[in-house]
Design a protein around this ligand. Structure first.
Ligand code: ADP
Ligand code: MG
Length: 568
């Protein structure tokens, strides 16, 4: 049936459209980047599906994207001969936001246009950005492999910035793929220019793999204007940036590519590009962002690596390519060895992938070590955004424990401020004569850590103690038993053994007192009963009358409290 069907948008879509038009207007050019990126994704998908079904290419094997404009009708058209959409797909993909965590996402918007714009970008709601410049959008699409009569026309008009409904109807489309027609809003006519459009494409979409073509133009002296010729030209570089030689790539190109893969509006903090040869051959282009993505702490965060095999796009979010604690890294891995039909399931078990993962992990750690050593300010910036995540690595990645330990930064009694700036190496360099351990205390806030009674004797003796107060800390640091041959110990665990720092006289005094107070200790123990294991005299304290300690091999108190709160 060619019946026109009216449908309503999901409530979130309406909300998003409204927000987008308002907060992204100052970045309005990104609509083209988003639509071209969708067209490119559609071409990638076709190429990938055609590996199993060559017939999908029909008689049209050259994938490309076309951008055209029409001054008379005031429209822009972005076309591709990629995979296209069936009716169901059009309805599902263009009328709803299928991504998980949408609600969460809205709750994180701050009202600050610049910040929100960045979040919206990361969320990847590209298609709707068309409405920044258009008040009516018409999509004509036909899925590869279905007949011309299986085409669909989708259309949505907005009054002001309110869009409630869209229509879908059957539409005959000879060529597979998608045409998106933007009917420009008033005041957007500067976009009806080949010069302007070429500039935007080169700025945002130069690295797109498929050629982006436009009609050639020629100056007509009589009409005194540019006129379109019957001939196409490719506007972008149309090659895989990561496959080019490092020396041929400019900083700006690296940065533009980062914005493309990350959907971030900001520049990256650092990147690393390398071709790895040997048993497995692959290229990696890895970026560390400046800011944490909005979903960093979600249960299922987006992972930022795209996997290609010999430049054929395989998948987004390839979470197997990096450990979980590096989920903030963005970029591309292109393998020369994996089979083209590799699936997520195969990736789970592939030894090749383990090698790539090991290599990428080392590369990221190297990049971070380099920052920590040579660009301390940048590293401090990184630590503020991602330190908490990197700490997870101590428990997750034993093979890189030493490297990771070197990257850790903590607050300490040296500065007594909550800023995490002290490295274990700094700590070791300041250790007292005779000190052979690295001491830390954990608590659930910085102030609690700083004022912990366990610190009294350390402060008195001038021994530095690391002050740990983040949720991840206690668990993470307990995985780190030593650094540079020095034991890493909690000041609140076991029998406090200050080794050579111990004052012989003091020790004797404590022993004497233990004798003297024996009856008192027994009385306290009897009163507290089951609640304590032991009561003893200590030299830990100088001002406080008493404190709690746990056995050396038991769970820290903070962790125990957290598990209890979580109902374990
Ligand atoms: P994303 O690209 O992050 O998935 P978008 O809002 O940009 O989000 O696009 C939503 C969905 O619409 C895409 O995932 C895709 O399924 C579909 N889509 C958009 N444009 C095209 C196109 N040109 N060809 C085929 N499908 C498309
Ligand atoms: Mg998109």
């Amino acid at each position: 049936t060619s019946q026109v069907e009216k449908r309503g948008f999901q409530a979130e879509v309406k909300q998003l459209l409204h927000l987008m038009i308002h907060s992204l207007y100052s970045n309005r050019e990104i609509f083209l980047r988003e639509l071209v990126s969708n067209a490119s994704d559609a071409c990638d998908k076709l190429r990938f599906e055609s590996l199993d079904n060559a017939a999908l290419f029909e008689s049209d094997p050259d994938l490309k994207i076309r951008v055209a404009f029409d001054k008379a009708s005031r429209t822009l058209t972005i076309s591709d001969n990629g995979i296209g959409m069936s009716r169901d797909e059009a309805v599902n993909h263009l009328g709803t936001i299928a991504k998980s965590g949408t609600k969460d996402f809205f709750s994180k918007l701050s009202g600050d246009k610049q910040k929100d714009a960045n979040m919206i970008g990361q969320f990847g709601v590209g298609f709707y950005s068309a409405f920044i410049v258009a008040d009516k959008v018409t999509v004509m699409t036909r899925r590869a492999g279905l007949g011309a009569e299986a085409g669909v026309k989708w259309e949505c008009s907005m009054a002001g910035d309110e869009a409630g409904e869209y229509t879908v109807e059957t539409y005959t489309k000879a060529q597979r793929g998608t045409d998106i027609v933007l009917h420009l809003r008033e005041g957007e006519d500067d976009l009806l220019s080949g010069y302007k459009l070429r500039n935007i494409i080169r700025k945002y979409s130069d690295h797109i793999l498929q050629p982006i073509v436009m009609q050639k133009e020629e100056w007509d002296a009589e009409k005194a204007e540019q006129v379109l010729k019957d001939e196409d030209e490719t506007v972008n570089q149309a090659n895989a940036l990561w496959a080019r030689s490092k020396n041929d790539i400019t900083e700006d190109e690296y940065k533009a590519f980062y914005k493309h893969v990350s959907h971030d509006y900001d520049e990256p903090l650092a990147w690393s590009h390398a071709r790895v040869e040997g048993r497995h051959e692959y290229t990696q282009l890895l970026y560390v962002p400046k800011h944490a993505p909005f979903d960093l702490w979600d249960r299922n965060p987006r992972h930022g690596l795209k996997l290609y095999v010999r430049r054929v796009f395989i998948m987004d979010d390839a979470e197997k390519l990096l450990p979980h604690y590096m989920r903030f890294v963005r970029g591309v891995v292109d393998s020369a060895d994996l089979p083209l039909n590799v699936s997520r399931e195969i990736l789970q078990e592939s030894k090749d992938v383990d090698t790539i993962r090991g290599g990428c992990t080392k590369r990221v750690l190297g990049m971070l070590s380099d920052l920590a050593e040579n660009e301390k300010e940048k590293y401090a910036e990184f630590w503020k955004e991602f330190g908490k995540v990197l700490k997870e690595g101590l428990g997750e990645d034993f093979s890189n424990k030493d490297k990771l330990a070197g990257l850790m930064r903590y607050a300490s009694t040296q500065t007594d401020t909550p800023e995490e700036t002290v490295s274990l190496a700094d700590y070791v360099s300041r250790m007292k004569e005779g000190q052979d351990k690295i001491y830390y205390v954990t608590a659930d806030s910085f102030n609690a850590a700083k004022n912990s009674p366990h610190l009294e004797v350390f402060r008195k003796k001038g021994i530095e103690v690391l002050l740990l107060s983040e949720r991840v800390d206690e668990w993470a640091i307990s995985q780190l038993t030593e650094f540079e041959g020095k034991q890493v110990v909690s000041v609140a665990k076991g029998d406090l053994d200050l080794g050579k720092l111990e004052d012989e006289e003091e020790k004797k005094k404590v022993e004497e007192q233990a004798e003297e107070f024996k009856p008192l200790l027994e009385k306290i123990k009897a009163t507290l009963g089951e609640r304590v294991k032991e009561v003893r005299v200590t030299h830990r304290l100088t001002d406080s009358p008493a404190c709690l300690v746990v056995d050396e091999h038991e769970m820290g108190m903070n962790l125990a409290r957290m598990l209890k709160a979580a109902g374990q």
